[in-house]
Design a protein around this ligand. Structure first.
Ligand SMILES: [Mg+2]
Length: 256
């Protein structure tokens, strides 16, 4: 049997290509401090309640959540966090928190060091590139554009546009079909075993977990094909047709 080689690479977006945890926590902290100054609530408590609500939302995300506009979802998360922090129900305040949070968060977005270098190097290797995210069109298309990724990817697959959420294996089949690639020649790179790795592995993709959360794999789980500590290490573990490393002639960017 020929050794497998990769000609297509799919990336998760949040906490894989971009440092979303940092962006959203900084935005939530700023909103919490503003509300604290206006309403005299404990900023730390409100911040922690929001993080709890947001984590719960993304953890539970399933197909039925996709019809709720993300704008409304964020206002609801803030409303729940405010109530849990002792603020009486106030729809206008929750709405304002959601709007500010969205604005601050967009201003905090940054790619991980080496992320853009990696995408550029993979394309220089002749790879097609896709982004496969459980995010929403209303927020995640803007992320792709703001971060300058659009020019460097062949297709973007977002949960609400597909009507499916990872780990649904059909998403990975759809991505391969759209990009004209075979699953065994396609890699999926992501930060969540339960979202990014399981479904891709079922379809036969080469899977790479970026272990930023250091969450142990579930008992008896089939391990990813490769595990790395940071996105900058991904190029070294992919079985590329033309060998590993950065091809000649690719300018090395710094501070990306
Ligand atoms: Mg992610």
């Amino acid at each position: 049997m020929e050794p497998r080689t990769i000609d297509t690479v799919l990336f998760d977006l949040d906490d894989t290509l971009l440092d979303d945890s940092n962006a959203y926590k900084r935005a939530a902290r700023r909103v919490a401090e503003e509300v604290a100054a206006e309403r005299g609530v404990d900023a730390d408590r409100l911040f922690r309640e929001y993080v709890l609500q947001a984590n719960g939302f993304w953890k539970k995300l399933s197909q039925e959540h996709l019809t709720l506009p993300i704008h409304d979802a964020r206002a609801q998360l803030w409303s729940d966090a405010l109530v849990a922090s002792g603020v009486p129900v106030d729809a206008a305040l929750a709405e304002r928190c959601g709007e500010r949070y969205t604005r601050y968060r967009a201003g905090n977005l940054e790619l991980f060091p080496g992320a853009l270098d990696l995408v550029i190097a993979l394309r220089a290797h002749g790879c097609k590139i896709g982004i496969v995210s459980n995010g929403f069109a209303a927020t995640h298309n803007e992320k792709v554009d703001r971060l300058g990724l659009r020019l460097h990817v062949d297709a973007v697959f977002l949960a609400d546009e597909m009507g499916m959420v990872k780990p649904d294996p059909e998403i990975f089949r759809l991505a391969c079909r759209t990009l004209g690639s075979e699953p065994e020649c396609t890699a999926m790179i992501g930060d969540r075993y339960d979202r990014d790795i399981i479904g891709a592995a079922q379809v036969g993709l080469f899977t790479v977990l970026i272990d930023v959360h250091a969450i142990p794999l579930p008992e008896g789980a089939r391990p990813p094909d490769a595990v790395v500590d940071a996105i900058a290490d991904v190029l070294g573990v992919l079985p590329l047709r033309n060998g590993q490393g950065v091809p000649e002639g690719v300018p090395k960017r710094s501070g990306a």
